[in-house]
Design a binder for this molecule. Structure first.
Ligand code: ADP
Ligand code: MG
Length: 345
């Protein structure tokens, strides 16, 4: 290694991935799509492809065992992987689970973790087919790889959005972030005075959004029934704003997203206000909702418009028009990458 030292935060997470992978070109003709989407696409026939994606969760970085029960952690780890397969419009079928664990954890703790993994495997109809187990000096880390399947004509990449397409999000946004705020607040209260019981009353919905997110496999089913193939799709793991930027940059388009259209549950809004936060900012920048963000051709509008799980939040424009968030006063605010350097995420 030379003397030169470049700090990782200068590149940001995505700059780093780009840098590290820039010299890798596919050697196999069945490698349809490598780095850069929610899952890699590997052709298995003229009709079908395999989808592969990996996600790693580290104690102290992605989860805190003080408020994240191990059963929930196991469930969430599977759900977020299945979500990446959904984001390609595919169906997850298998997972492998790799575990690094310190001797701080007894067998019973790992049993609990695997109970959550098992429940998720049953809910999402996936098979656990392998993994790796090793010791760790610093706590628990969990890496899951998921394999899925998709018909070639149905694959939704991040790069297919076209001018005039509608931008759609599923479910509601910002809840997982507000759930985390409540859990953090109660953790701080508890640390200051362990005699005080956590006060989570009335926050069940948002806490569940944080601790037990679901992959939107139901949406993939709806899209199939409605005969709609999104022109582009991504799952909302880092926050709506960040995912919109990914879609627009990959597709080389611009967009207009409307503040007043963002779907936010009343419980999320109320908690945001209690925390002196703007609910829309939480919906835009809070992560971990694991909803799907996709674009559809205008001609598909009639098929999706009545669906209570889908909300049109804007439309795609020409790249030169830029990526804008239109607020209630009709002022256009340019969306910029936020929280890029996820070295604390
Ligand atoms: P997601 O948020 O959907 O999980 P990421 O932002 O983690 O996706 O990753 C974006 C893309 O970069 C994916 O195609 C992923 O496989 C790839 N990627 C991430 N880290 C690495 C790495 N260290 N080496 C090679 N590819 C990577
Ligand atoms: Mg993703």
């Amino acid at each position: 290694m030379s003397e030169k030292r470049t700090e990782l935060e200068q590149l940001g997470e995505f700059g780093l991935i780009k840098h590290l992978t820039k010299n890798f070109t596919p050697k196999h003709s069945n490698t349809t799509y490598g780095v850069g989407d929610d899952a890699a696409v590997i052709a298995i026939s003229d009709k079908e492809s395999l989808l592969i994606s990996t996600d790693m969760l580290l104690e102290g970085v992605h989860f805190n065992l003080m408020y994240m029960p191990l059963k929930h952690l196991g469930y969430k780890a599977v759900a977020v992987n299945v979500s990446d397969i959904c984001a390609m419009n595919g169906i997850a079928e298998q997972i492998t689970v790799s575990l690094a664990v310190s001797n701080r954890f007894p067998l019973e703790a790992l049993d609990e973790l695997y109970e959550g993994i098992k429940t998720a495997c049953d809910v999402y109809n996936v098979d656990l087919v392998g993994g790796d187990t090793t010791s760790s000096l610093t706590g628990l880390s969990l890496s899951i790889t998921v394999v899925g399947r998709v018909q070639n004509e149905k694959i939704s990449y991040r790069n297919g959005a076209k001018e005039n397409d509608l931008v759609v999000t599923t479910g509601d946004l910002g809840g997982a972030y507000m759930g985390l705020q409540v859990l953090e607040r109660e953790k701080n209260v508890f640390n200051a005075n362990p005699d005080i019981q956590p006060d989570l009353d009335g926050h069940d919905y948002i806490i569940e959004r944080q601790l037990k997110p679901e992959a939107r496999v139901d949406i993939i089913e709806f899209l199939k029934e409605l005969d709609v193939v999104p022109t582009s799709m991504i799952d909302i793991s880092d926050g709506l704003a960040s995912e919109i930027l990914h879609l627009c940059h990959s597709s080389e388009v611009g967009c207009h997203i409307y503040d007043e259209k963002l779907p936010i549950d009343a419980k999320t809004s109320m908690t945001a206000i209690e925390f002196n936060l703007d609910p829309n900012t939480c919906a835009l920048n809070g992560g971990e909702d694991y909803e799907l963000l996709f674009t559809v051709a205008q001609s598909d509008y009639d098929k999706i418009k009545g669906n209570p799980h889908m909300t049109v939040i804007g439309h795609i424009t020409n790249k030169a028009d830029g990526i804008y968030y239109i607020d209630k006063n009709a002022s256009a605010i340019e969306l910029r990458a936020q929280g890029w350097d996820h070295f604390n995420d």
